[in-house]
Design a protein around this ligand. Structure first.
Ligand code: ADP
Ligand code: MG
Length: 159
């Protein structure tokens, strides 16, 4: 399966979805997040962290660009919101995260354009109401397609 849309009708629901994804994530996995401010990218990342067994609180790394959190695997949480151009983003050395042993989650991933790895799980988050968000997952690569198939079994047609 290479795409799946799940509706989340509260932040708790978004976190729960993230947690299910986080439990399925493995070493070297990359999750790219897109969507406007307030769409729930950081909230989803809080869930991913829970699923990775991280107990530290996940805040937006907007001002520090990258935070490393320790769980069952390291989680590299990046936020490219403040970075305007590719040379600046290139200076972050993203490949060290993408091809490292941890899990990399990138908010505002589209800012990194060609620097992004071909294989990844992408989530486009959209407002669907005051407390409702639509989470559209796209898998690029077989590993992530399998992950989505597992997720669909749990969440399809539910909110
Ligand atoms: P982003 O990182 O995309 O800018 P955040 O996760 O920081 O977004 O913020 C999302 C905001 O929207 C939070 O204030 C959260 O409480 C609120 N919210 C309301 N409904 C939802 C939902 N279904 N999922 C996620 N966040 C929601
Ligand atoms: Mg954020």
């Amino acid at each position: 399966m290479n795409s799946l849309t799940i509706n989340a009708n509260s932040p708790v629901s978004t976190r729960r979805i993230g947690e299910a994804v986080g439990k399925a994530l493995g070493s070297g996995d990359v999750v790219l997040l897109a969507g406007p401010l307030g769409a729930g990218k950081t909230t989803l990342t809080q869930g991913l962290a829970l699923g990775l067994g991280i107990t530290e609180s996940v805040m937006s790394p907007t001002f520090v660009l990258m935070r490393e959190l320790k769980g069952r695997l390291p989680l590299y949480h990046l936020d490219l919101y403040r970075l305007e151009n590719l040379p600046e983003i290139s200076d972050l050395g993203l490949d060290d995260y993408f091809y490292g042993d941890g899990v990399t989650v990138v908010e505002w991933a589209d800012r990194a354009g060609v620097l992004l790895p071909e294989e990844h799980l992408r989530v486009d988050l959209e407002y669907a109401g005051n407390r409702s968000r639509s989470l559209c997952f796209t898998a690029r690569g077989e590993r992530y397609e399998q992950l989505l198939t597992g997720l669909a079994a749990r969440f399809e047609a539910k909110s």
